[in-house]
Ligand binder design. Structure first.
Ligand code: F0G
Length: 485
């Protein structure tokens, strides 16, 4: 896939008043041009949105009109699963777009997973973002942020990461020829091997600091500010523009029908924020007639959103969330030295930067929040694997959360539920192998130490002497066993 801009003749700039940035704080609502790269409101420090003057932009009258792009798929902007929806994120001139063929993903029903969750056959769909070039949903956002970086002439790009953002950033730098240099910050011992391998293999400057993701994010923001480096974390609103397209592809996969539920893991809360914005805009544009419900699933051990929303009643409150609630919670984390801790290392985050945008998404989508244990995550992950699409632990939080919501009667068996599988199975082989391992020590080291018990879903390797009879006997026993459910 060539990593260059479209050959389609198109304007080289977007009019300043057609796309711009705006502070999400309704009391401030400061605006700034789309070609600034500041990543927080210069007036009040709050998060920024990318906003569009939809009345003056050419938006297709039906979502199905986007299907016409399939016939032009030799154009990189039409084959990208992000940029074929260009009209719904038109902040970058087409000749600045940086694409590596991201977003060619799959929406697949799984009746095995439907049975596990407890919904009717055909009603559980897995949106598999592991098919992206770097193996996670992050590429959807990176293509958008890199396009913005190119618009503003950035060269050095940086992020803090639990592993997938950094892998994606490293891939985009190494796959393109625009002179981008990758600098990534990771917490020590906090990143799954598959992801660390990607950062190293793709040549990123990898800075490992003592601390966790929350520490690394604070540090990279400071460093980026000081050195004028372009920041690629999801506090960057352009990243979230790209991540909106995960929802467009879900709708596309359903023949443009709106599902009842979208269930997504919550870490830094970029995805959930982007999904809410996507649906709000589609409804505003008259391209959908109803908005699906959103379920955001924390890992227990990194459950800030769940606690703030369900125990402390924090809400969007028309753009003025009560920040004293989150401040008091973070003060407590500091005082008691509480650190995020979960087997789902991708979402091992206690201070989600997009908290407020996620609160807005929950309001837009009549959303719910839950937390699920490491046990629920690992069991759900095994069922996803047995159902044909491998994912990493954090991704399986969506399936575990759907099951929980079904058990509580919030999701009905007849509801059509889309669970987002955010990252590929091979990102974190350590967790998977430990779960299935026949070796108790290996299990205990990785999972038992986290309170996970051996469950019936483990598919243990069978140790057999290297003798023909013994091997044949083992295969006979396996063949007689009932097929997995
Ligand atoms: N699933 C996976 C596989 C992730 O890597 C992440 C986040 C999430 C879910 C959570 O998404 O932040 O949008 O709520 N990973 C980040 C990283 C933090 O650095 O790779 P979110």
């Amino acid at each position: 896939m060539p990593s260059h801009a479209s050959t389609t003749a198109a304007p080289t700039r977007v009019d300043a008043d057609l796309a711009y940035q705006r502070c999400i704080n309704s009391r401030c609502a400061a605006t700034l041009p789309v070609d600034r790269a500041v990543f927080s409101c210069p007036e009040c420090g709050d998060l920024l949105d990318v906003v569009y003057d939809w009345d003056r932009l050419p938006v297709p009258s039906r979502l199905s009109d986007f299907e016409a792009k399939w016939s032009r798929r030799l154009d990189p902007l039409c084959s990208s699963g992000v940029w074929r929806f260009y009209e719904l994120l038109p902040f970058a001139p087409p000749d600045r777009i940086v694409t590596i063929g991201e977003g060619q993903t799959l929406l697949r029903p799984s009746d095995r997973v439907a049975r596990y969750v407890g919904v009717d056959n055909g009603n559980l769909l897995l949106q598999y973002e592991g098919m992206n070039p770097s193996g996670s949903f992050k590429d959807n956002g990176m293509t958008a942020a890199f396009s913005h970086a190119r618009m503003v002439g950035a060269r050095r790009v940086a992020c803090a990461s639990t592993g997938n953002t950094s892998a994606s950033l490293a891939v985009f730098c190494s796959a393109t020829e625009f002179g981008f240099k990758a600098i990534i910050f990771i917490g020590s011992g906090k990143i799954a091997y598959g992801k660390l391998a990607q950062a190293l293999d793709h040549g990123a400057l990898t800075i490992q600091i003592v601390g966790d993701f929350d520490d690394a994010l604070m540090r990279v923001r400071e460093v980026a500010d000081r050195l004028g480096i372009y920041l690629m974390n999801s506090v960057n609103p352009f990243r979230l523009e790209g991540q909106k397209t995960v929802m467009y592809r879900v709708l596309e996969g359903l023949g443009w029908e709106v599902p009842d539920w979208v269930v997504v893991p919550g870490g830094n809360l970029g995805n959930s924020s982007a999904f809410g914005k996507a649906f709000q805009e589609l409804k505003h544009l008259g391209l959908i007639d109803r908005i699906p419900r959103l379920a955001v699933i924390n890992a227990a051990g990194a459950q800030t959103l769940d606690l703030l929303v369900r125990s402390h009643g924090m809400t969007w409150n028309s753009g003025l969330p009560d920040e004293s609630i989150s401040r008091a919670y973070y003060d407590r984390l500091d005082r008691e030295q509480i650190r995020a801790s979960t087997i789902a290392s991708a979402i091992e985050i206690n201070r989600p930067v997009n908290l407020k945008k996620c609160l807005r998404a929950l309001e837009v989508c009549d959303g719910v929040v839950r937390q699920v244990s490491d046990q629920e995550i690992m069991d759900a992950k095994a069922r996803v694997g047995a159902g044909g699409l491998g994912c990493e632990p954090a991704s399986a939080a969506s399936v575990a959360g759907a099951k929980r919501l079904r058990e509580e009667g919030i999701i009905a068996p007849s509801d059509r539920v889309v669970c987002i599988l955010t990252g590929h199975q091979l990102k974190d082989p350590t967790a998977t192998v430990a779960y299935h391992s026949a070796d108790q020590d290996e299990f205990d080291r990785v999972l038992g130490s986290r309170g996970v018990k051996r469950a019936g879903f483990a598919n243990r390797p069978v140790v057999v002497p290297n003798e023909l009879d013994a091997i044949i006997r083992t295969i006979g026993l396996y063949s007689d066993a009932p097929a997995p459910g």
